[in-house]
Design a protein around this ligand. Structure first.
Ligand SMILES: Cc1cc2nc3c(=O)[nH]c(=O)nc-3n(C[C@H](O)[C@H](O)[C@H](O)COP(=O)(O)O)c2cc1C
Length: 229
C-alpha cells in the first residue's frame, strides 16, 4: 500500500494482519518516531501509560538474535519463560481457535501435520523475526497487573494500525517471552522489567503465500451478548 493513502480506521483494521515474511528493506527511524508519537494517544487506566519499549535494528538486533539462538541450542534447559503464554489446560472454544489458526498457517506453507521437523523449522523463523529489519520489544514494570497489560495491548494495536497507515507491516511475537532473561540482559533492561512481546516491523513480502491466507475470526454471536436492545 502507498504510504500516504488515506485510510479509515476500519480499512486499517482489515488490512492489518500478522506478516510472517518481510523484505530486507530498512525502515526509516523518523517514520517510527512519528508512529510512536501518535501511539502515545492510546488510552490507559489512570493514564499510567505503562508501556516501555525498546526498538532494535542492525547490529544490535543481530546480537539479540544470536543470544537467543544460543539459548535455543540448549533445548528446553535454555528456556526462561516470562509468563504462561496460554493458560494451562486451554479448553474450547479457545483451544480450537488456536489449533485452527496454526493449521491454516502451515497449510499456506504446504507443511503437513506429519512433517514435525518442517513445522518446527518454520516455527523457528519466529526467532529471526521472519526476516524483519526492526524488532520492537514491549515490556513494563513487574509491579503492573492485568489492567496495565491490557493497556499495553491497546498501545500495541495502535502501533500496528499506524504501521499499516505508513505502508509498513508487523507481527506481534510473544514467543520472545520464552527467552525473557536473555533479552532483558541483551537490551540492558533492569530485572524490574517483564517482557510482554516482540513486534517484528518491516515491509511485507507481498508475494509470500504465508502472508496471504484468510485468517478466521469467530462469529459475532460467539463473542457479543446483546442485552436490552
Ligand atoms: C500479543 C500477541 C502475540 C503474538 N505472538 C505470536 C508469535 O509469537 N508468533 C506468531 O507467529 N504469531 C503471533 N501472534 C499473532 C497471532 O497468531 C495472530 O494475531 C492471530 O492468529 C490473528 O491473526 P492476524 O493477526 O493475522 O489477524 C501474536 C499476536 C498477539 C496479539
Amino acid at each position: 500500500m502507498p504510504a500516504n493513502e488515506a485510510l479509515s480506521v476500519a480499512d486499517a483494521l482489515h488490512r492489518r494482519r500478522s506478516v510472517r515474511a518481510f523484505s530486507d528493506r530498512p525502515v526509516d527511524r523518523a517514520v517510527l518516531a512519528r508512529i510512536f508519537a501518535d501511539a502515545q494517544r492510546a488510552p490507559s487506566g489512570g493514564n499510567l501509560q505503562p508501556w516501555q519499549v525498546t526498538v532494535v535494528t542492525g547490529a544490535r538486533w543481530e546480537r539479540v538474535k544470536a543470544a537467543v539462538a544460543a539459548r535455543i541450542a540448549m533445548g528446553r534447559d535454555g528456556q526462561q519463560p516470562e509468563y504462561d503464554i496460554y493458560p494451562r489446560g486451554l479448553t474450547d472454544p479457545w483451544e480450537s481457535r488456536r489449533f485452527g489458526v496454526g493449521e491454516a498457517l502451515y497449510a499456506s506453507l504446504g507443511i503437513p501435520r506429519e512433517d514435525k521437523p518442517g513445522r518446527l523449522a518454520r516455527f523457528m523463523e519466529n526467532y529471526r523475526g521472519f526476516g524483519a529489519p526492526v524488532m520492537l520489544f514491549l515490556h513494563c514494570s513487574r509491579i503492573m497487573g492485568p489492567p496495565q497489560w491490557a493497556d499495553m495491548g491497546m498501545w500495541l494495536q495502535s502501533v500496528m494500525l499506524l504501521l499499516v497507515e505508513h505502508g509498513l507491516a508487523s507481527c506481534p511475537q510473544e514467543c520472545w517471552a520464552m527467552y525473557g532473561a536473555t533479552i532483558r540482559h541483551e537490551l540492558e533492561l533492569g530485572d524490574d522489567q517483564i517482557l510482554f512481546t516482540g513486534l517484528a516491523i518491516g515491509h511485507a513480502d507481498a508475494a509470500a503465500p504465508v502472508n496471504q491466507w484468510p485468517v478466521p475470526r469467530a462469529e459475532l454471536d460467539e463473542v457479543i451478548d446483546w442485552q436490552g436492545f
